[in-house]
Design a protein around this ligand. Structure first.
Ligand code: IPM
Ligand code: MG
Length: 361
């Protein structure tokens, strides 16, 4: 297969981890006979420094023309970086929100998996973590509070800020369908998370999810309130297969779920549109404090590249090979510093990339 991949290395540790993911993809290309072309483009802080804006039309056009996009991370230290002196719509994060919208990436998949080899990193009690867990958070990514009308005003000397949470049934239906489709390939359970005891948007969410569920008789559906879900994630994470939820709830719950694994440096994500196109990025941020030190964990980005092979290119065998390499290297005891534990061998970002690429034969 001939694949054109646009890479957004981004800010902080982004460039280091993306370059390790390319190493692994190049190895996959060699072993399985594919041709992969990479084109690097700027976004976020790097784009602000070069062009004064976090996202350019050129970057959007390059991404649209590509078969998929692989991203590192964007953003800097929100207290010390000059990027955060700019107005909100000129900051690095605006680039990320802008590209999600421009490419219509409404379905965000965030797996949270407890790896057997890293079970000790899980901050939960043994009696909870011993059951293991493997869930997929499906977050709606282009609607809700993030993209609703917002403004800040002053009335009679009182400052007032407004954000609006809007969903129409089509926006809910398309993410629900993706959620059920993915559940069919997994353990066939969907937990739809909302705040239907308070919000109208959540009551509509529930109705539409019920309608979609009627087309998936094999999938069991339950509805859960978001505050309860936040508790259940730490009480009994093994109960979850697919968690289907709106943008803001998904933002918060996916961070919670990743923390519960204890190894956020391992968690991948995919953001998909209606077709096979997607943007793939690690679930973690740009970690400006460790940027350039060569100690970042590239595995989340490498596993995001595996998701790209699976979801955008239908290359399941190749994706399996990358995921198997990760498991094998963990089993052999190699760790970057963030997941280091006694008796293991600590390696750098680059060494981890080399080890994983070597493991694919
Ligand atoms: C994420 C991030 C973004 C979000 C920020 C950086 C705008 O937290 O991808 O979860 O809130 O969506
Ligand atoms: Mg977030």
């Amino acid at each position: 297969m001939k694949l054109n991949i646009v890479c957004i290395p981004g800010d902080g540790i982004g460039p280091e981890i993306v370059s390790e993911a390319k190493k692994v993809l190049n190895k996959i290309a060699g072993v399985y006979g594919h041709e992969m072309n990479f084109q690097d483009v700027l976004m976020g802080g790097a784009s602000i420094d070069a062009y004064g804006v976090p996202l350019t039309e050129e970057t959007i056009a390059a991404a649209k023309a590509a078969d998929a996009v692989l991203m590192g991370s964007i953003g800097g230290n929100t207290v010390t970086s000059p990027w955060y002196k700019l107005p909100p719509d000129k900051r690095p994060e605006a680039g990320l929100l802008g590209i999600r919208k421009a490419l219509n990436l409404f379905a965000n998949l965030r797996p949270a998996v407890l790896y057997e080899e890293l079970a000790d990193a899980c901050p939960l009690k043994k009696e909870i973590s011993s059951a293991g867990f493997d869930m997929m958070i499906m977050r709606e990514l282009t609607g809700g509070l993030y993209f609703g009308e917002r403004h800040t005003t002053q009335e009679n000397g009182i400052r007032k800020a407004v954000d609006t949470l809007t969903y129409d049934e089509n926006e809910i239906r398309r993410i629900a369908i993706k959620g059920f489709d993915i559940a069919m390939k997994r353990r066939k359970k969907v937990t739809s998370v909302d705040k239907a005891n308070v919000l109208d948007s959540s009551r509509l969410w529930r109705k539409v999810v019920d309608e979609v569920a009627a087309d998936y008789p094999e999938v069991s559906l339950e509805h859960m309130l978001v505050d309860n879900c936040a508790m259940q994630l730490v009480k009994d994470p093994a109960q979850f297969d697919v968690i289907l939820t709106e943008n803001m709830f998904g933002d918060i719950l996916s961070d919670e779920a990743s923390m519960v694994t204890g190894s956020i440096g391992m968690l991948a994500s995919a953001s998909l549109n209606d077709s096979k196109f997607g943007l793939y990025e690690p679930s973690h941020g740009s970690a400006p404090d460790i940027a350039g030190k060569g100690i970042a964990n590239p595995i989340a980005t490498i596993l995001s590249a595996a998701m790209m092979l699976r979801y955008s290119f239908d290359l399941d065998r190749e994706a399996d090979a990358v995921e198997a390499a990760v498991k094998e290297i963990l089993k052999k005891g190699y760790r970057t510093v963030d997941i280091m534990s006694e008796g293991c061998t600590q390696v750098s970002c680059g060494e981890m990339g080399d080890l994983l690429a070597d493991e694919i034969r």
